[in-house]
Write a protein of this length. Structure first.
Length: 589
């Protein structure tokens, strides 16, 4: 199923539950309401619809006639708008406020001229008599300026009935929305002949996108058009389908939505298609818990049970066949691109297949000792690839490719390996999350087994990269034992990058320096000296006889094993007493 077709199907399901606005309407932020008498005079002072307290007031989201698509021109909305259009007042300079207000008045005179609905006639009377100077004369609040405003007749607002909800208003709006010489063509989404949308409604809430909204489908230059077709006629999507897919995306991208994740620069939305709403909600909650930043202890017991079983290695079909095969799951990644939005990734499969791929991902990133949070959200792993550890610095394409690999069970991008290695050399921070990513690439991309790229410390591993990482950790421990922890620059601070990439240049020097440290340590802690010398001897004894123990360079995968060996050996010094690395917290390395 295509992206637009899947979104349109989701709209139909959500519309049945009244979770998305009807055709021709959209949810917009409305700050104030003006109540009118039948003669058009204000019945009450403006009513503040905003919610919250103090300065943190948030406009209320209401279903209103879909806004006009504005670029640089003047385009009034129907039965609602900001105060510059509705009342001719603004908090700014307002160079064209008079023109905006005049356009709003003229549009409603034209649209409502033949109506006999008392509410709509009251609005016409209000607009006929209103002048912008009345705003101050009536003592209306300054904070109302530049807010979106709706109208109601009398006290109808007490029952959430506004002018745009009246039957006469809906009928007029339906005629206005379908007016014009629209091209009739076969819709690429529905397959039915219908009026084609020249301009698709704006999609709002995409991180990094324009606040006025962005488009997936748009043709705004002659160079993009062909065969004499203008704008949306080049990719015929009906008005109904265009409204449906954008309405669903706007709902999923809303700030309070539980159907979105931020993965790098990609605003990721997801949804499930199931026989009933409860099952779909369960699948969506489970997916959010898999990859999102949530408090699992506060999740429903059913969601926690699903995650626990998946992480234990059990396929979903073994404990919940209905959830595995009866739920279709969709994941869409949207990245900003000026006024447009690009599709970074698109995933469609049964939830059981997705859960199996998540199970593989959990197995790939297992590491002991684990990080403080045993199952960190995906953004925490991606943050380890960013300069200065800032989420906005995560390489944009990398984030999308990593999520695609997790969802589909395919190989991780090799840029993940090179990026993590680069950050290790630059930051000298060998954290559990970074080592877990290195191990994941080794397992999936290079075919390493759990024995070759172990989860926990493996004293019998004979891989050259792993052994050199262990040896480097021992040299660091020797320095720490001899000089204490308050040295200006440790062995790791100075030499980790060079040692992991070009061992021959560094390890001879480290061996020489360790001799001096061991000599000093022998005078204060002879037992520690003996143990560390034994550790070096055990590591060197595992090196292949006849080969140079310190090669001129290490490949990227050997550098990954170097980091794994270093992490395991370094943490082994902290857990030597109880020999249970998996039960320890990750030390600062």
């Amino acid at each position: 199923m295509s992206v637009l077709a899947a979104l349109t199907s989701a709209y139909d399901r959500l519309a049945e539950r009244h979770e998305v606005p009807p055709f021709g309407y959209s949810k917009e932020k409305i700050g104030f309401l003006i109540s009118l008498n039948e003669d058009g005079t204000p019945a009450l002072p403006p009513i503040d619809l905003r919610q919250g307290s103090g300065k943190k007031l948030a406009a209320r989201m209401l279903d209103v006639p879909q806004p006009a698509k504005r670029t640089s021109g003047i385009a009034p909305n129907f039965l609602w708008d900001k105060t510059s259009y509705v009342l001719g007042v603004t908090a700014g300079e307002g160079k064209r406020v008079a023109d905006e207000h005049a356009a709003f008045v003229q549009r409603h005179r034209d649209a409502l001229a033949a109506t006999d609905d008392p509410g709509l006639r009251a609005l016409l009377a209000f607009l006929r008599d209103w002048t912008p100077d009345r705003f101050a004369a009536l003592g209306w609040p300054e904070e109302m300026k530049d807010q979106n405003v709706v109208f109601a007749l009398g006290r109808d607002y007490l029952n959430d009935q506004y002018l745009h909800d009246r039957a006469a208003a809906r009928e007029i709006w339906a005629d206005l929305a379908s007016a014009g010489n629209q091209t009739q063509a076969v819709c690429l989404v529905s397959g039915r002949t219908a009026p084609i949308a020249r301009l698709h409604p704006a999609i709002k809430g995409v991180w990094g996108g324009q606040s006025s909204g962005v488009s997936i489908v748009s043709y705004n230059k002659d160079a993009f058009e062909s065969y004499g077709h203008a704008q949306g006629d080049n990719a015929p999507v009906s008005e109904a389908a265009a409204f449906a897919y954008t309405a669903v995306l706007n709902r999923f991208l809303a700030g309070d939505s539980r159907n979105r994740l931020q993965i790098g620069d990609a605003s990721t939305v997801f949804w499930a298609d199931a026989a009933d709403a409860a099952t779909a909600q369960l699948a969506e909650d489970a997916f959010l818990a898999m990859l999102g930043d949530i408090d699992e202890d506060k999740q429903a017991a059913e969601v926690r049970a699903i995650l626990d079983k998946i992480r234990q290695g059990r396929p979903v079909q073994d404990f919940d066949p209905h959830l595995s095969e009866g739920v279709r799951f969709y994941v869409l990644g949207l990245a900003p691109n000026a006024a447009r939005v690009s599709i970074r990734y698109w995933f469609e499969s049964d939830f059981g297949h997705l859960a199996d791929n998540y199970r593989r991902y959990v197995a790939d990133i297992r590491i002991a000792p684990p990080p403080r949070d045993p199952y960190p959200p995906l953004w925490r792993f991606l943050q380890e690839t960013a300069v200065l550890g800032k989420r906005e610095n995560v390489p944009p394409n990398l984030a999308g490719e990593v999520l695609r690999a997790i969802l589909t069970g395919t190989r991780y991008p090799l840029t993940l390996l090179s990026t993590v290695l680069m950050r290790l050399r630059a930051d000298k921070s060998v954290s559990a999350l970074r080592v877990a990513l290195l191990r994941a690439v080794l397992i999936r991309n290079y075919g390493y087994t759990d024995k070759e790229a172990p989860v926990a410390f493996d004293p019998d591993n004979t891989n050259k990269g792993y052994l050199l990482g262990r040896l480097f950790a021992v040299y660091e421990q020797i320095q720490s034992a001899a000089l204490g922890r308050n040295v200006n620059a440790t062995v790791k601070d100075k030499y980790y990058g060079a040692a992991s990439a070009q061992p021959r240049k560094v390890f001879a020097f480290l061996e020489s320096g360790s001799a001096n440290h061991l000599s000093k340590l022998g005078k204060t802690k002879p037992g520690a000296k003996v143990n560390l010398e034994k550790e070096i001897g055990a590591i060197m004894g595992l090196m292949s006889p006849g080969e140079d123990p310190f090669p001129a360079s290490l490949s990227a995968e050997q550098q990954a094993l170097f980091g794994l060996g270093y992490y395991h050996q370094r943490n082994q010094f902290f857990v030597a007493k109880d020999h249970d690395s998996s039960a320890q917290k990750e030390p600062a390395v």
